[in-house]
Each structure stands twice: as C-alpha cells, then as structure tokens.
Design a protein around this ligand. Structure first.
Ligand code: GAL
Length: 629
C-alpha cells in the first residue's frame, strides 16, 4: 500500500475565485485527497426542501480538475436553525437537565427520531447527487461523534428510547428489578414507564441503572450512524467512513466501526496532551508541550486500525497551533512530519490535514492551517510538501504483524467510570499505561476488541480491567498457547454489574477477597521491583509468583495464564513485560523516554519526541525528528 496525503477544505468559506488556485496549490504540495461538505448544510438547504447544489457542483468540478479525489461529508453535525425550529425536542440535554442551545455545533440528541430521519434524508439527498460521481471517492458520515461531550443526553427523547430499550432487553420489569438489584433502597419498579434516566438523583443512582443507560446511549450512536448508512447505500458504492477522536470512550467504536468500511480519527497531539492526559503531571506536560505525548497518537493508530478492521485514515491531522486546549503552543518544527510518518509506519492509508487555510472569522480563527489566512504558506505546508516527496520515495508500505496484543473494551470504561472505587481508577489510563510500557520496550502492539475469538500468532496478550469475561475471549484464551496476562480488575463484575458469585477471576484459581485504592502520594513496593499504585486486590491463591515486600500476593500464574492483582507503575510493567517477552521469544529494546519505534515489513521507524537529539543504537536522531532503518 502507498500512503497518501490530503486536506480538509471549506469552499463555502472562500470566494469562488480562489478555489482553482487553492486546488492547484494543494496538488503542488503533494496532496491527493480533499475533504469537503461536512458542515455546509445551511448553504445546501437554507430552507426545508430548497436545495442549492450549484456551488458544490462547481467546487467538486474545480477540485477534481486539479486531480484531487474528494471525500464528501454528510453535514449532520451542524443542523441549521430551521431544523431546530422544526424539532425543538432534538436538542441534547445536559446532566443538570438543561437543553444545549443552537449557536455552535453538535446540538442534537442521538435519540431524537425526528432528527435522525432528517439527517438520513439529507445524507440520501447528497448521495443521490454525488454518490455515483466518480470524482467523489469516499464519504464521511457526520463529524466526530461525541465531540464537545455530546454522546450522553438526558432529553425526553432519550428517556422514551431508554424505556423501550429496557423493555426489549428485559421483557418483564421483574427481570429488570432482579438484574439491577432494585430491592436495595426500595427502588423496585412496577412498569418500564416508571423508569427515569439516572441523572439528578439525590445520591448516586444504581450502578446497574447507569451501565444500562450508558449501553443504551452507545447504541443510539450506532443507530444514528446506521440510519445514514441505510439512506446512502442505495446510491453509492464508495467506502463510508467516520472520523473518531482521541480518548472519546462514551460509545462503542467497534460497534459503529462494524458498519463502516474505513475508520478514521482526528489527531491533535498538543491539544490532547493539554486536555486529555496527565492532569496530575505538569512536568510531563511541559516536557512534551510542543510535541504531544509520545504514545497517545500511536495508541489511537493501533486502536482505529482495529476499529476499521485493518483500514484506517487520519482524517484530520494537526498542522500547527490549535485553538481549543487550555494552552496552545506552536509545535516544534518537524513535528507535523513526525506525526505523519508515525501514522505511515502504523499502516495508515491517508493522512489529511485540518485545515487548508486558517479562517479569519468565527470560532476557529485562531486555529492554524497549511496556509495562513493571508494565503502565504505556513510552516506546515513546507513540512508537508517535503514529506510528500519522502513518502513517495518510501514506496509500498507492508504492515508487519505484532507479537503482542492488548484488549480494549468500551463497556469496561463505562463500568469503572460508574464505580471507580478510588478517585484515580481510570480504565483508559490503565490500558494506556500498559500500552506505554510495551512501546518503551520497542514493540509493535495490536489492539483487539473483546469479541476476538482467536489470538492467532500473538505470543503475549494483555487484558487489563475487563469488567466481565465473555465467551469469545474465554475460548480465545482456551485455544492459545502463549501467555495471557489479565488484570488488575479483570472479570470482577457480571454483565449485570454485580459481584460474581465466585468472587474469583474465572481465569485462574484465585479469589479476589478484597480490593483497595491508594492515595496518589502513596504506593506499595513489590518485592522484585516496581510499585503498586492507585489500586490493589487481596488475592487468595496457591500459585503466587509475585509478592509485595511484606509478602502479600500480587501475581498468580497457572501455565500460560497470569493474573495481576494490582495497578503497577512503569518500572514494574517494564520488568514484568520484559520477563514474559523473553520467555515467549519476543525481542525487546528498552528505549529512552520520548523515543519510540515501529517496525513494518523490512524497515523500522525510530521517532524522537524530545526537543534534543538522541542516539539509538549508533544512529543520531534529530530533535523532533525520525529515522528509517
Ligand atoms: C476537530 C473537528 C474540526 C475542527 C478541529 C479543530 O475536532 O472535527 O471540525 O473543529 O477539531 O482542531
């Protein structure tokens, strides 16, 4: 596969006279794709049923005349005012019960069936016009589901939908009362119509009530997306794509991705570092402020490769300073190239930059583009033009299989969010820290959904924090002859969010008799090295292979099955993972902080996220730079 580059463009923001020159300059920069249309509803249908396609026809014509392939977006993330006037109940409602207003974007509730139909109708109209146009070669549905905290809504539409969803799931209200344990605090219901959403209760609502609500909410995203697919499919054979985000975990991306041909995501490394990671580590944030976290992008590349069943893009790549994080530094020169090359080494098909030119008006006027608003080239354009040549020289990229895999599960995120047990228990972070340690050992990592039935050629599989063992994973473990390292907190709930009767992990002969959480300034040393942080379990087991310094069990092993009953620090993970890698014949290379590598068939990419040069096995890698070996 030969990776390609692209850009996000908004012809409706610029006079028609500049489109042709923009298109020519895109092509000259080495870009082959351009994404358009995803926010243009008010210009396409200013009043219900009155369409103005001519300008978009013209934009398609001009862009493709320069040889660019078009990704067309459906505009359901930005319903215009008349749609909101038509369906006042479509606005999403926040946890405090307040409707969110018109005046920005994503002001809709996924459960509102009227709006769902409206969005599908618009998607059908667009695909009727451009679905078989050979100049349009891919479609993006909506834009960033969940952005601006919009997945969960406490609207009347959500309440009605939730009741129906519960009735279908449980059939009788007695079954629901039993599954939720509603005898507790006299919470029993006499009918599905009595059940409300779990917000605004006096103290916490029943965790089972919350978990079902989170499942329902996620299913609404799947259904909303599917409504557009169903409307579009009769009119196009192009791949359908959605652009997911970094660390958005409130709907099941694997389920949405199951309906689409390609997964894509929007990568904003410096914004993510400031907003989505390391709230408690100011030193780390300062060190990588102008580069982004050295593992965050890779994690999502690997995640979305799995969500896309092997096919994935970066639909939006940060080109310079963004406008939406608490601090928005200027990335170090070279980072736009590095971020892109890292995606290439993870098997990306297309990296598309957001956006072509900085826009001088409205909310994102302080967000950079490949061009400045005065049309001069910005630093990013210079880097991308150079990079396009480098990528062309690389030729075909062949994915090389990882030996290590890590299971990631959205439902577990919801479960532990609902019931963290300690302020610092965060499922995403637990998985990410294990992933980071694997990367520090120089390894390629694949991410797997819990529906994986077969661990194939992997040698080591990690399953941290999975709330419930499911049949697919159980049979994959059964048939596997490598090492499976599960825990902490794996298998410690039933699907009804109750404690399993065995109290055990269903995996090794051990019982978790108690769990404890640890203050952020405390830790428990492990005898062989590393420390327990944040969360630990008391294990009753025979085959204990690791202890704390005072002799309490930490890890249990039976053949290839290992259960780790604690959240441990990076030093601990590095030691433990390295031992299992050695045992299973996986070659590791311990890398210094900020340096990572990724192997493809016949080549290795080493990236340096540091602001100073480093030497790796005799090769000097410049600051914010990389080297192919
Ligand atoms: C993304 C979004 C884009 C733009 C960009 C700015 O989240 O999809 O439309 O807002 O952020 O960084």
């Amino acid at each position: 596969m030969k990776p390609e580059l692209g850009v996000c463009y908004y012809p409706e923001h610029w006079p028609e006279e500049v489109w042709a020159e923009d298109a020519r300059r895109m092509k000259d920069t080495g870009l082959s794709w351009v994404r358009i249309g995803e926010f243009a509803w008010s210009r396409l249908e200013a009043r219900e049923g009155v369409f103005t396609w001519e300008w978009l026809d013209q934009a398609v014509e001009v862009l493709s005349a320069s040889g660019l392939k078009i990704v067309m977006g459906t505009p359901s993330a930005t319903p215009p005012k008349w749609v909101v006037e038509k369906y006042p109940g479509m606005l999403a409602v926040d946890r405090e019960g307040r409707p969110r207003k018109f005046g920005s974007r994503r002001h809709y509730c996924f459960s509102h069936l009227g709006y769902r139909r409206e969005a599908a109708r618009m998607a059908a109209s667009m695909t009727k016009r451009y679905g078989r146009d050979p100049r349009v070669q891919a479609w993006q549905i909506d834009n960033e589901y969940g952005c601006h905290d919009t997945t969960i809504s406490y609207s009347d539409a959500a309440c009605a939908g939730f009741r129906e969803w519960l009735a279908q799931k449980y059939q009788t209200v007695d079954a629901l009362n039993h599954a939720w344990g509603n005898v507790f605090w006299s919470m029993e219901y006499a009918g599905f119509d009595e059940i409300d959403l779990p917000n605004l209760t006096v103290t916490e609502a029943n965790p089972a009530h919350w978990l079902d609500f989170r499942r329902f909410t996620s299913d609404q995203v799947v259904a909303f997306n599917r409504a557009q697919i169903d409307a579009m499919r009769p009119h196009t054979d192009c791949p359908l794509i959605h652009n997911y985000m970094g660390r958005v975990t409130d709907f099941d991306h694997f389920k949405v991705g199951g309906d689409l041909e390609i997964a894509s995501w929007d990568s904003y490394p410096t914004g993510f570092l400031e907003r989505n990671l390391h709230e408690d580590d100011e030193e780390w944030r300062a060190r990588f402020a102008c580069q982004g976290d050295p593992d965050f992008q890779a994690f999502h590349h690997d995640l979305y490769r799995a969500v896309g069943k092997g096919r994935w893009w970066v639909m939006e790549q940060q080109p310079g300073p963004v406008n939406w994080a608490p601090y928005n530094p200027i990335p170090l020169d070279g980072m736009v190239k590095l971020w892109t090359m890292e995606a290439v080494a993870h098997g990306v098909e297309v990296v598309s930059y957001f956006r072509w030119r900085q826009v001088p008006f409205a909310q994102e006027q302080m967000h950079s583009g490949l061009l400045r608003s005065d049309r001069a080239n910005a630093q990013a354009q210079i880097e991308v033009a150079a990079l396009a040549e480098e990528i062309a020289e690389l030729g075909e990229i062949q994915h090389s299989d990882a030996e290590v895999a890590l299971v990631f599960d959205y439902e577990s995120q919801w479960a532990w969010e609902i019931q963290p047990q300690g302020k610092d228990f965060d499922y995403f972070r637990l998985v990410f820290e294990q992933y980071r340690a694997l990367r520090k050992l120089g390894l390629n990592v694949d991410i797997l959904p819990k529906t994986c039935r077969d661990f194939g050629n992997y040698k080591l599989v990690l399953i941290p924090g999975l709330m419930t063992w499911n049949d697919e994973l159980k049979s994959a473990v059964e048939a596997f002859d490598g090492i499976v390292l599960a825990g902490p907190r794996t298998g410690l709930k039933t699907i009804d969010m109750q404690i399993p009767s065995s109290l055990g992990s269903d995996f090794v002969d051990a019982t978790v008799s108690r769990v404890g959480t640890i203050r952020s300034n405390m830790s428990i040393p492990i005898a062989d090295g590393g420390e327990i942080i944040r969360y630990y379990e008391e294990l009753e087991a025979r085959n204990v292979i690791e202890h704390t310094r005072d002799g309490t069990a930490v890890m249990v092993r039976e053949g290839g099955r290992v259960y780790l009953g604690a959240w441990i620090d990076q030093a601990g993970y590095l030691r433990v993972f390295n031992t299992f890698c050695k045992e299973t014949g996986i070659k590791t290379l311990v890398l210094e902080e900020g340096v990572r590598r990724r192997t493809i068939e016949g080549k290795v990419l080493i990236v340096n996220y540091n602001d100073r040069e480093v030497t790796v096995e005799g090769t000097v890698i410049p600051a914010a730079g990389y080297s192919w070996q």
